[in-house]
Design a protein around this ligand. Structure first.
Ligand code: FES
Length: 111
């Protein structure tokens, strides 16, 4: 989850490229150029760079700058609610997945 000037954005913490931890990436803005020596910086903090190979994602849309037509990071809607009034009462149960070890690999089955 990212707080950009008070606006909250949530994305899956798994880069679509090779699964890098997006929570450890840096955010920056959008740099455009209309010509040599001309630069315009905007949208500070809205572009997320994966720490592994540098692919970049638009926090507002989830689109990749590498391949915006095909690569997108999963986004989640974020709401802010007061105290505990908006939450379902517990007990809470974590989602679990069956795990098995075959030879040297750990396999997680996500149905
Ligand atoms: S895993 Fe994120 S850019 Fe490669």
């Amino acid at each position: 989850m990212f707080n950009v000037k008070g606006e909250l954005f949530a994305v899956l913490n798994r880069c679509p490229h090779q699964g890098g931890p997006l929570c450890k990436g840096n955010t920056h803005g959008f740099l455009e150029s209309a010509g040599v020596g001309e630069f315009q910086y905007s949208r500070a903090g809205e572009i997320l760079r994966c720490p592994w190979h540098g692919w970049e994602y638009d926090l507002r849309t989830g689109q990749s700058w590498f391949d915006p037509a095909h690569i997108i990071v999963r986004r989640y809607e974020v709401t802010v609610q007061p105290g505990v009034t908006g939450l379902q009462p517990g007990p809470y149960v974590a989602e679990t997945f069956p795990v098995s070890i075959e030879q040297e690999y750990v396999l997680v089955e996500v149905a």
